[in-house]
Design a binder for this molecule. Structure first.
Ligand code: GAR
Length: 208
């Protein structure tokens, strides 16, 4: 059974999708053992508490710089004996010291089809605003392993979602979450926990 630690910063709908997948048996070989938030008071913490999942707040603003913050996160991940770390709406970029300690053991969900609308500065609603500005007809979501390159790690799963006439960033965000993120994130976590992901260079092969 793998220990899954989920990193959050906000509402936690992706965390909820993981909790639901765990409870319905979609994730069989892992369990969420801890939720760590970069901000106090966010709704994601309440979601975890409702399901008796232990929580920690490691507030970004209490650390002088990204290195000290990253060290604190790594220490917590070590204490929690994390086998898999999931960024689920985690809005803080960590220093590479964390990812180097856990290569191919950290995954992120991004609300676009990487390599579109990704990288530094592309997070949350901003991603959907840029997609609408560009006038794309298809967008979607990506789950990828985290590397030292922001949104640049090996892609595990992607799902496309149609942009509709009259979409606002909010309506598009909701559709991308419902039709893509909440489906592919639990699926990727389940594949990881079943040892079905093989990484070779920048390519992830899904084993049968
Ligand atoms: C999600 O859309 C997630 O993909 C995005 O923030 C939202 C968090 O929602 N993450 C990023 O933009 C990271 N670059 P949630 O807190 O309800 O899961």
């Amino acid at each position: 059974m793998k220990n899954i630690v989920v990193l959050v910063s906000g509402g936690g709908t992706n965390l909820q999708a993981l909790i639901d997948a765990q409870e319905s048996g979609i994730i069989k070989n892992g369990r969420i053992t801890c939720v760590i938030s970069s901000k106090p008071g966010v709704y994601a913490l309440e979601r975890a508490e409702k399901h008796n999942i232990s929580t920690r707040v490691i507030a970004r603003k209490e650390y002088p710089d990204v290195i000290e913050y990253s060290k604190a996160i790594l220490e917590a991940l070590t204490e929690e004996k994390a086998d898999l770390v999931v960024y689920a709406g985690f809005m803080t970029i960590l220093d590479e010291l964390v990812v180097k300690a856990m290569p191919n053991k950290m995954m992120n969900v991004h609300p676009a089809l990487i390599p579109s609308f990704c990288g530094k500065g592309y997070y949350g609603l901003r991603v959907h605003e840029e997609a609408l500005k560009k006038g794309v007809k298809l967008t979607g979501a990506t789950v990828h392993f985290v590397t030292e390159v922001c949104d640049g790690g090996p892609i595990i799963l992607q799902k496309a979602v149609e942009v509709m006439d009259g979409d606002t960033p909010e309506t598009l965000q909701r559709r991308v979450m419902e039709q893509a993120e909440w489906q592919i994130l639990p699926k990727a976590v389940s594949l990881f926990c079943d040892d079905k992901l093989e990484v070779s260079g920048n390519t992830v092969r899904i084993l049968k």
